[in-house]
Design a protein around this ligand. Structure first.
Ligand code: AMP
Ligand code: GLY
Length: 425
């Protein structure tokens, strides 16, 4: 099968790496890809938001399956445009991608189908939002409804902070149109976990659990990022809890989306808060997590082409997935300054030494190749991924690999996996 992957981050490197191993993959392209992806796929210079360009590339190159990594092209309708041309695609339609594209839509779906989540109100009127904050009190959470690159969520400790956030979003338009509507919701405490399921419109096939580390610095301090590291399995998600998540969150969402006339296909990613063994949904994403995808792919022991093709064509009931027993960890190496301003163009050396460590794969995110050099070209730059007999061993191998890499302009957290390791002590 000729396959096109859309995206150019660590998630897409992990997907390409897993797809390339399949006997069902004859030719693999990635748009736009990165320096690491170029080792397993042919990278093509089409941007992820160029829907027309991607569709015409797929037509011209006899692509049989398109796998969409990030949310932006999904929300823009890439899957609809491909489907209209008779090209199979893994990912939701624009209507179904509203689950991530509009938090207000998502929250209303939760309410209608009794899916556990934080109490909330949706507002397009600033004064009404302020009145709701005053009525509920702090701490309280303010979210821009639209896509805001992971930055549109303010955890306000005081009412004044909440009102300032509302002013920023609704009056000052700090997130543009994404803040025209806001969700104001109850602050939940507990432990977060990421839960993934492949979905074909009707059937949902659970993947394994993972835990991300959103804060930039050790001890979960500092600003939120796209994710500084992840591991799988997440011990907070027991087998019983996974079943409860499928029954009370994932399947009702799939059924609800079908009933609303926008059946969901692709991967459904639930961001959960777990307290006293009970899950509540913080958010849905309509794509794989990054960097969670890197640990999922490291542990997958089945043919990814077959599974994603089955999700795209309504045959998931035929698929069973096998996973390695080992735990996996990914440590993200980011450019100094990330998630704020950072420099580009520094050279990264000794990647071969890191990759040579048993069980280690270094996935690239923001990298480019120039002559024979690998240069940093983004905020999150590498995802150093390792398998181990348990999370502690995966962690020690991942940091051994991090230490083998020579990149002075980069940094990483040194405590990825601390919750799982503390739990097992
Ligand atoms: P979201 O993009 O909605 O997942 O929010 C980003 C992050 O903000 C989450 O991963 C949580 O760490 C935090 N967060 C979001 N909503 C809440 C909530 N209702 N209570 C506590 N923390 C939250
Ligand atoms: N790592 C969290 C996300 O991809 O949204």
């Amino acid at each position: 099968m000729n396959i096109l992957v859309v995206g150019g981050g660590g998630r897409e490197h992990a997907l390409c790496w897993a797809l390339a191993k399949s006997p069902n993959c004859s030719k693999l392209y990635c748009a736009p890809g990165n320096a690491g992806i170029a080792e397993v796929a042919e990278c093509v210079e089409v941007s992820v938001e160029d829907v027309e360009g991607l569709v015409s590339f797929a037509k011209d190159n006899a692509i049989e399956l398109v796998i969409v990594g990030p949310e932006a092209p999904l929300v823009l309708g890439l899957v609809d445009a491909l489907t209209a041309e008779g090209i199979k695609a893994f990912g939701p339609s624009a209507a179904a991608a509203e689950l991530e594209g509009s938090k207000a839509f998502m929250k209303d779906l939760f309410a209608k189908y009794n899916i556990p989540t934080a109490a909330y109100g949706n507002f397009t009127d600033y004064d009404e939002a302020v009145a709701y904050v005053e009525q509920q009190g702090a701490p309280i959470v303010i979210k821009a409804s639209g896509l805001a690159a992971g930055k549109g969520v303010i955890l306000a400790q005081t009412e004044a902070e909440a009102v300032a956030a509302l002013d920023q979003m609704m009056n000052q338009k700090s997130f543009g149109e994404a803040g025209d509507e806001v969700v104001v919701e109850e602050f939940l405490d507990g432990e977060e976990a990421s839960f993934f399921a492949l979905v074909d419109g009707e059937t949902a096939l659970p993947l394994i659990s993972a835990q991300d580390h959103k804060a930039a610095y050790d001890g979960d301090k500092g600003p939120n990022t796209g994710g500084m590291g992840a591991y799988s399995p997440a011990p907070v998600v027991t087998t019983e809890l996974a079943q409860e998540i499928m029954e009370t969150i994932i399947q009702p969402t799939i059924d609800g989306m079908a009933a609303e006339g926008c059946p969901y296909k692709g991967v459904l990613f639930a961001g959960l808060m777990i307290k006293d063994g009970k899950p509540k949904t913080l958010e849905f994403n309509v794509r794989f997590g990054d960097p969670e995808c890197q640990v999922l792919m490291a542990r997958l022991d089945s043919d990814l082409v077959e599974a994603l093709d089955a999700a795209a064509t309504g045959r998931l009931n035929e698929i069973e997935l096998a996973w390695r027993d080992e735990a996996a960890m990914v440590v993200v190496m980011a450019a100094a300054g990330y998630p704020g301003a950072y420099d580009k163009g520094s050279e990264i050396k000794n990647l071969e030494q890191a990759n040579a460590i048993d069980g280690v794969t270094v996935f690239h995110a923001g990298t480019t190749a120039e002559d024979s050099k690998i240069l940093a070209s983004g905020g999150r730059v590498l995802g150093v991924t390792a398998l181990g007999s348990d999370v502690a061993e995966a962690q020690s191998k991942a940091y051994q690999a991090v230490d083998a890499i020579d990149w002075k302009e980069g940094f990483c957290r040194r405590d990825i996996g601390w919750r799982a390791i503390a739990r097992n002590k």
